[in-house]
Write a protein that binds this ligand. Structure first.
Ligand code: PRX
Length: 650
């Protein structure tokens, strides 16, 4: 990471928004930002109450914020419905015929949904779910690709008070099984298959395999998407199109009046140890937070066409393809497939075709597309764009500058948005009409957010001194707990300093700008996706030939980080390339292709302390090709390090 930061600091230019952009934006300059920021942290309850009054409540809250022994409650006593706020409220404001979604499939014609049409589709599915016995507080698992049925399913759950738990369609059957078992979902919504790079992925087959060990699921709704052959289990599996088109299914479903702190959704994410944890978000605070962050950070106006390339299976899609933009009545482009198929101009063609004005993607995609050459964006008309964004990992200045020049034509501000599954929405970010941009910095905290960098002993780090990134105060969009595991919530996020621990390291420069340096824990950001080294290790050791495994990140040109695995084989097993390939496939099958190690090194021994703890810090240096191992004399067998370094795979 040190190298990365050094390379960022070589780019010293500061980029300002144009006067025209600033004049038309919500937050027009830093003076306005500073004034409002001060107000927001001096009296956060008044600030958030003011924002909450912009959405519609069935009953207003009694109390804005309460700390219930470390579990934060927002807007208690208030009742509302997130789906109602995303759809009915927009329809009632005269925008029934405004386009909500433009869907760009990998194959075939694009499809549009107006707010009125979307409301009808959501209501019909909500009625189907109710007929199938789904009730308020039940968990519905959703394992769907990027098709319109995915947001429709989420919103139908939200309408009736069911809790959705979306599993990224790129995850394997084992990963799906783990998540269903933990969430105890009763119904699964999936598809026959999904398309990516002209291949069909058998989602329903994966689901069938997972469901063998998921007794809580008794009904499955299947979207016909890819037309691949699947098996439908009688009495359990039903086709979506048949259910929603049944006679007697009404076009309207009354939205449930839900308490502010009832659960809205669970989304699983990787942590330091063990299995992924179910991050829980609740109704009101989440909605208020994504509504306002989306509005100001993306400076959304009624005629904008907003294109976010994330998959809804991750938090970015939940907050900024579904709830945030819909609550603002925005027109959203969602796409199916991949950035480079059929050609590396997929995004730019979509921007051109629909005249997108705002574009939000990940640094890994920018790096991959930049590598393909400037001619691809050069062939497309990108003049409709006025604002760009990035998320998911630090962006290196080279990628930032390419994005700014080639895609933004040097006129579009770039919002580098820092946040997490746990934070619900963006916490550190530029405001596009106000904040001077330094490439590689997520700049300043959003309103109401008190971010800081601490040393190991909890004292405040100096200017430009790296340390733990923490958030000192609660905010409405924060996670409420870890599903079924309140101890893990307390331990992971609050035990170390008593304030919210992000798991990232960062530093704050002399202008108060935040520079995110990376993770402190054993989470690896592969192409912006969050993978726990513990998950990959346990997948590797589940292979019959593996005795022990240790997994660390190494820098990768496109993916930012990639996975390097040190594997100790069982006695007598032959070390060869075929086995390496088999192990990679094993992990892909076990977790999903995104978790596949790029490099595997067979080792006879791993560096361990005398008490047997693997020293990942040393392995990370070896994987990076660095000889800066720190103190190795505490190792049970210091000579291991040299042997491993000599045999490094590079
Ligand atoms: O390490 C930070 C990185 O992504 C982590 C959160 O991952 P996840 O929960 O999957 O959510 C990703 C999408 C919000 C953070 O702890 N991260 C996210 N955004 C940025 C970032 N690192 C640097 N700059 C960012 N803009």
């Amino acid at each position: 990471m040190a190298d990365y930061i050094d390379s960022i600091l070589k780019e010293n230019r500061v980029f300002y928004p144009s006067d025209e952009f600033s004049r038309k934006s919500y937050i027009k300059n830093m003076a306005q930002y500073s004034k409002l920021y001060k107000k927001s942290i001096e009296n956060p309850e008044a600030f958030w109450a003011g924002i909450a009054s912009h959405i519609e409540w069935f009953k207003k809250w009694d109390i804005v914020l309460r700390n219930d022994m470390g579990f934060f409650k927002w807007f208690e006593g208030g009742y509302l419905n997130a789906c109602y706020n995303c759809l009915d409220r927009i329809v009632k404001s005269g925008r029934k015929d405004k386009i909500a979604y433009i869907w760009e499939p990998e194959k075939g014609e694009s499809k549009t949904y107006t707010y009125g049409h979307l409301l009808k589709e959501v209501c019909r599915l909500a009625n189907v779910l109710k007929n199938m016995g789904v009730q308020r507080g039940h968990v519905v698992e959703i394992y769907l690709p990027m098709i319109p049925e995915l947001p429709i399913a989420m919103l139908a759950c939200a309408r009736i008070g069911a809790i959705h738990s979306v599993v990224f369609a790129g995850f394997s059957s084992d990963a799906l099984k783990d998540r269903i078992q933990d969430s105890k979902a009763e119904l699964l919504i999936t598809a026959d298959g999904s398309f990516r790079n002209d291949k069909v992925y058998p989602l329903k087959d994966n689901a069938d395999a997972a469901l063998k060990d998921c007794p809580t699921i008794n009904k499955v709704i299947v979207v016909k998407r890819a037309g691949n052959k699947i098996r439908m289990a009688g009495g359990r599996d039903f086709w979506w199109h048949e259910l929603v088109n049944e006679k007697g299914i009404a076009d309207f479903c009354e939205p449930e009046s839900l308490h502010a702190e009832e659960s809205l959704f669970i989304l699983y994410t990787s942590g330091t140890t063990g299995k992924p944890k179910g991050i829980l978000h609740t109704q009101a605070g989440y909605l208020v937070f994504v509504y306002q962050t989306f509005k100001w950070i993306f400076d959304i106006k009624d005629n904008d066409i907003y294109f976010c390339t994330a998959d809804i299976g991750w938090i970015t899609g939940h907050s900024y393809i579904v709830y945030g933009p819909l609550a603002n009545g925005a027109t959203i482009i969602m796409y199916e497939g991949s950035p480079t198929f059929p050609e590396p101009d997929r995004f730019w063609r979509i921007v051109e075709k629909h005249k997108a004005t705002i574009f939000y993607t990940a640094p890994t995609a920018i790096r991959a597309l930049a590598k393909e050459g400037d001619e691809w964006p050069g062939k497309c008309n990108l003049s409709s764009l006025r604002l760009l964004g990035t998320v998911g990992e630090p962006i290196n200045p080279e990628a930032w500058l390419w994005y700014h020049r080639l895609i933004g034509k040097s006129k579009c501000p770039i919002v580098d948005t820092w946040w997490q599954t746990e934070t619900g929405g963006v916490l550190i970010t530029p405001l596009p009409g106000a904040t001077p941009l330094k490439p590689g910095s997520a700049t300043k905290p959003f309103f109401g957010i008190v971010a800081d960098v601490l040393r190991e002993d909890g004292s405040k780090a100096n200017v430009n001194e790296g340390g733990y990134l923490v958030i000192r105060n609660p905010w409405p969009g924060m996670l409420r707990t870890v599903w079924n595991n309140p101890d893990r919530y307390r331990h992971t996020y609050f035990e170390k300093f008593g304030v919210y621990l992000t798991g990232d390291t960062a530093k704050i420069d002399e202008d108060g700008y935040f520079w995110i340096m990376g993770r402190v824990d054993d989470v690896i950001k592969v192409a912006g996706h969050r993978i726990g080294s513990a998950e990959v290790e346990s997948s590797l050791v589940s292979h019959k030939d593996v005795a022990e495994a240790a997994v660390v990140p190494f820098p990768h040109d496109i993916k930012g980080q990639a996975i390097y695995a040190f594997v100790v084989l069982k006695k007598g097993v032959k070390k060869n390339d075929a086995l390496k390939e088999e192990l990679k496939q094993h992990v892909a099958q076990h977790i999903g292709p995104i978790a596949k190690p790029d490099r595997i090194q067979f080792a006879d021994d791993l560096p361990k302390t005398r008490s047997g703890k693997i020293m990942r810090r040393i392995l990370k240096s070896i994987a990076e090709g660095s000889t800066d191992y720190g103190n190795i004399m505490t190792l049970a067998e210091p000579s291991v390090v040299e042997i491993l370094a000599k045999n490094r795979v590079g």
